[in-house]
Write a protein that binds this ligand. Structure first.
Ligand code: EPU
Length: 434
């Protein structure tokens, strides 16, 4: 098994270019099932999750082939439109497999998708996905662990997609994608407002779909009879950008971040500013597009404690909660982090405590009492973002941190250790016995 060895204490300096967004790429790739014409996606990051999605789509007769390595461009082509089963073996490796459900159903009239189980960050039900697709007229049964959905043609409708924890990102992607080929108009209320949903709507629109309101809680989709091929550039990864901002901050470093989607990071920038981290856009380098700015992140002074609540977009993202917690461990006072999306997403708390952090969990909240220093220790990565939080803690800690099970990190960060080394970090990937 692979692990990272991090020798902490180096200030990060230099520049990093943000890749295409993992969570956008996954729903865009699934949406390519909605047509049999070629769909090209540019800027798809090379990650375990995108590899798994490629493998899944191949089993569905809609393989993606590399078009241009430098541009990370891939094109989907159909070689067998009769395949409708997303098998357990692949779905269990990646919950995002559920987002083939809506596109398969709408295009091929049938979808059999293995029911995803829980995962390290919580139960993660899919009831809202099924509720939305049933509202569009799908007949859905659970058969031997598989969601089996069928339709002759979906029908447009008005559907409310809010749940106990707010909107659902992949649920909105599923229902919006399926509605593009429904007969009539669909209105999704309490839709997820995440920028990845806007990116998906942009791809679908260039495929001929008629969508308004993406990025707001009410999305309207006028169904069309068929969609065409398209060529689309994936948005930059806001979570990767936020993670490198926090890496700069925790090491008192100074890092320039290119291709940075500042427009999608307002809550993160607000909290960073409250902590005392400087983030400045360079208007000369990127005058127009607020999704592709060049920013300079610097932290030279003491860190102020803050209160943070994770919320659906545009609130503070749950996918940066662990990384922010690592930073606040070193703040000058008491911070409170409340997790409103996945209330049990705190597996990193015990590991950070092993590094000397002073953390008290109370239900969905953690009191983070700032300490003067973190101390390197062997720790166990338990999910993707928790692992990123531990890497950040290791970068700032005194001594050596061994982060086990980095395969979690490889799901969402492209060669993270190489990027960090480029910024001056002392980090290497090693093999350790299981
Ligand atoms: N929920 C339900 N019922 C459903 C679906 C969701 O109750 O049918 C609940 C969830 O349990 C959770 C909340 O609604 O409490 C929000 O979950 P959501 O459905 O929005 O999460 P997701 O779509 O499965 C995506 C990202 C996650 C990210 C969340 C929240 C992808 C592939 N995954 O998951 O990303 O944390 O939105 O922003 O886009 C990650 O990248 O590390 C990651 C976990």
């Amino acid at each position: 098994m692979e692990a990272f060895v991090v020798r902490g204490g180096r200030r990060l300096r230099g520049s990093v270019r943000i890749n295409g967004a993992k969570n956008s790429s996954l729903i865009l790739m699934a949406a390519a099932l909605l047509t049999d014409e070629p769909v090209t996606l540019r800027g798809v990051p090379r990650l375990r999750d995108t590899n798994n999605m490629t493998a899944l789509l191949e089993t569905l007769g809609r393989g993606f082939a590399v078009q241009d390595n430098a541009e990370q461009a891939m094109t989907a082509r159909t070689d067998d439109p009769s395949r409708c089963t997303a098998h357990y073996d692949i779905v269990r490796t990646m919950r995002a497999s559920i987002c083939v459900l809506g596109p398969l159903l709408a295009k091929r009239g049938e979808a059999r998708v293995s029911m995803p189980g829980g995962c390290n960050i919580g139960d993660r039900p899919v009831d809202l996905h099924l509720h939305g697709l049933r509202a569009l007229g799908a007949r859905i049964d659970l058969e031997e662990g598989y969601i089996v959905a069928r339709t002759d043609r979906l029908r447009g409708t008005r559907v409310f997609l809010g749940g106990p924890f707010g909107s659902t990102v992949l649920g909105t992607a599923n229902v919006m994608s399926a509605a593009t080929l429904a007969a009539g108009t669909t209105v999704i209320e309490s839709a997820a407002c995440e920028p990845e949903i806007e990116d998906l709507a942009a791809l679908l629109t260039s495929m001929g779909a008629r969508i308004t309101g993406a990025g707001s809680p009410r999305i309207t989709v006028e169904g069309v009879d068929e969609l065409t091929g398209a060529d689309h550039q994936v948005m930059p990864d806001r979570i990767e950008a936020g993670t490198f901002m926090l890496a700069a901050a925790i090491t008192n470093g100074e890092v320039t971040i290119e291709n940075c989607p500042v427009d999608a990071l307002t809550a993160t920038l607000d909290r960073l500013s409250a902590v005392g981290v400087e983030v400045e856009s360079d208007p000369a380098a990127s005058p127009q597009d607020r999704m592709r700015q060049t920013v300079r992140v610097a932290s030279h002074r003491r860190l102020e404690p803050v209160q943070v609540v994770t919320q659906p977009h545009p609130g503070f993202p749950t996918d940066l909660q662990a990384q922010l917690m690592a930073l606040l461990c070193l703040a000058d006072g008491n911070s409170i982090i409340t997790e409103k999306i996945f209330p049990d997403r705190f597996l990193h708390v015990a590991e950070l405590s092993r590094m000397g952090a002073d953390l008290t969990r109370n239900g969905p909240s953690v009191l983070v009492s700032g300490v003067k220093k973190l101390i390197g220790a062997p720790v166990m990565a338990s999910d993707l973002r928790a692992s990123a939080g531990l890497v950040l803690a290791g970068l700032a800690a005194q001594g050596t941190t061994l982060i086990n099970r980095v395969y979690h990190l490889d799901r969402g960060y492209e060669s993270m250790e190489v990027t960090l080394r480029g910024l001056g970090a002392d980090i290497e990937r090693v093999s350790v016995p299981t």
